[in-house]
Design a protein around this ligand. Structure first.
Ligand SMILES: Nc1nc2c(ncn2[C@@H]2O[C@H](COP(=O)(O)OP(=O)(O)O)[C@@H](O)[C@H]2O)c(=O)[nH]1
Ligand SMILES: [Mg+2]
Length: 295
């Protein structure tokens, strides 16, 4: 598909996720390897993705990247920097790059992202990479969206603290210590090694890279590939994709319920009364076939 057409379809989905099923059904099924990259701002996710794209391209595979912009949709400053770094990929037909706004200040995933990833998959890309800032909810949420989650760390970002943060150890499948050209990265590496042992994870899930020195990128991609293949073989991918559908459905339900609650103007002092009112509005809407997600 032409990149221009693809970009237009993504915008349509962003503006109204309800059009997604109609758009998606026009394409034959296709599964990409969907990989999420998360980690604190500044650890080098974009730089790493840039290198990963280059490596994937040397093997003549195609790749789409979605960068989830943590800033407001109106100030895309952060992504502009990435865009300049990645500009050479923009002229490559087998590389598609797009940024999307996050939901709310905590960098949660927007509803449209699920269908956008699906659209990129049916567009036939071998890889779909999602970059999200490892702050707030997005860190955990990303693992619900992708097949394989990569956590990027580097020295000097309080990552030691980050490692201890609940949830992080559980969600990542691969841990990359970036900026290995900096000597302090050894400390991060050995700390991570200890944490992995504690968490009962394998050393195989850890690697070093330096995007500046262009070291370790091949290993990162090979490990991702191996993880994906083994997850595919043992049914993990299928399970995760089912969980993704459920998680997406939860997003939709939450939005519909929120809309219904907003229609309750009455000064209900009793929350149960409030829920009753909201639900009855929802049913009325549903019977009229009106708003409320078209469900
Ligand atoms: N020393 C060193 N710096 C790096 C490396 N990779 C990225 N950086 C720098 O780290 C900063 C943040 O990189 P960026 O890719 O934008 O990080 P992101 O916020 O995680 O996407 C930039 O100034 C990069 O030049 C590396 O391997 N070594
Ligand atoms: Mg970035």
């Amino acid at each position: 598909m032409e990149h221009k057409t693809l970009a237009k379809l993504i915008t349509q989905i962003e503006n109204n996720p309800e059009v997604a099923p109609q758009i998606l059904q026009q394409f034959p099924e296709h599964q990409s390897k969907v990989i999420g990259f998360t980690g604190s701002p500044g650890v080098g996710k974009s730089s790493l993705i840039d290198r990963v794209i280059r490596y994937i391209r040397t093997r003549d595979l195609s790749v789409a990247v979605v960068a989830i912009d943590p800033s407001s949709p109106f100030t895309r400053g952060a992504f502009l920097g990435d865009r300049i770094r990645m500009r050479e990929h923009f002229v490559d037909d087998n590389v598609f790059i797009r940024s999307m706004a996050s939901r709310g200040a905590l960098g949660g995933l927007c509803d449209a992202i699920f269908d956008v990833v699906k659209l990129l998959e049916v567009s036939g890309f071998d890889y779909v990479l999602v970059e999200t800032v490892g702050i707030g909810q997005s860190e955990i949420e990303i693992s619900h969206l992708v097949d394989v989650t990569v956590l990027v760390l580097s020295p000097g970002f309080g990552d030691e603290v980050q490692m201890l943060k609940a949830g992080v150890m559980e969600i990542a499948d691969l841990y990359v210590v970036n900026k290995s050209d900096l000597p302090e990265s050894d400390t991060v590496y050995s700390q991570l090694l200890a944490f992995l042992a504690l968490a009962g994870k394998s050393e195989q899930q850890l690697c070093k890279a330096s995007t500046h020195a262009n070291n370790g990128v091949r290993e990162v991609v090979e490990k991702i590939e191996r993880l994906w293949e083994s997850f595919y073989a043992d049914g993990t991918i299928e399970r995760r994709r089912k969980r993704r559908t459920r998680y997406h459905a939860e997003h939709i339900v939450r939005k519909i319920v929120e809309q219904a609650m907003n229609t309750v103007q009455e000064n209900a002092t009793n929350p149960y009364e409030f829920v009753k009112l909201a639900l009855s509005r929802l049913c009325e809407n549903h019977l009229r076939g009106g708003q409320g997600g078209g469900i």
